[in-house]
Design a protein around this ligand. Sequence first.
Ligand code: ATP
Ligand code: PH2
Length: 160
Amino acid sequence: MNNGIFLLLGSNLGDRAQNLETSRNLIQQTAGRIVKASSIYQTAAWGKSDQPDFYNQVIEIETLLDPDTLLQTTLQIEEHMGRTRTEVWGSRIIDIDILLYGDVIVEHERLKIPHPQMTNRRFTLVPLSEIASEVIHPITRKEIRELLLICEDQLAVVKV
Ligand SMILES: Nc1ncnc2c1ncn2[C@@H]1O[C@H](COP(=O)(O)OP(=O)(O)OP(=O)(O)O)[C@@H](O)[C@H]1O
Ligand SMILES: Nc1nc2c(c(=O)[nH]1)N=C(CO)CN2
């Protein structure tokens, strides 16, 4: 069983809380058990600001799937839930990002772990810090709580 795997869930269309719940259920059915879940946060849209606020949540899972298969599985869940890819950083029913996979570093075109943007995003670091503050980011070698302290993003992140 592989441990220390953290996923970011995000939704800013439709019933956002319900969308997160549906994705958690599908993840448990297809990828593995959820061992920890952060609170849900309402977060201002990052990157492309003229869109509704997101709900974001970080979960920790244990899984037998390797990183590539985990990505295929999360992409299938997004498709199953009706997500269409229209624009980069645009609105979406559900987005599932693989943030960390233990200490594993992956550098492919289709898959990069740790997620390259995670250190720049309070909407990721705040919920991740809630459940994994002392986990070490395998590239920067810093704890998540320290990455949050030095993160320059100022966008609002509020517990729902
Ligand atoms: N760690 C990762 N987790 C999820 N997808 C990844 C990861 N690394 C690379 N990808 C690739 O990114 C694609 C998803 O792009 P998507 O449209 O969701 O980007 P985005 O969510 O708009 O932007 P961002 O990746 O900055 O959050 C996937 O098809 C996948 O191949
Ligand atoms: N607050 C917030 N902003 C975003 C999010 C997200 O999940 N939350 N996802 C994005 C896609 O990359 C772009 N912008």
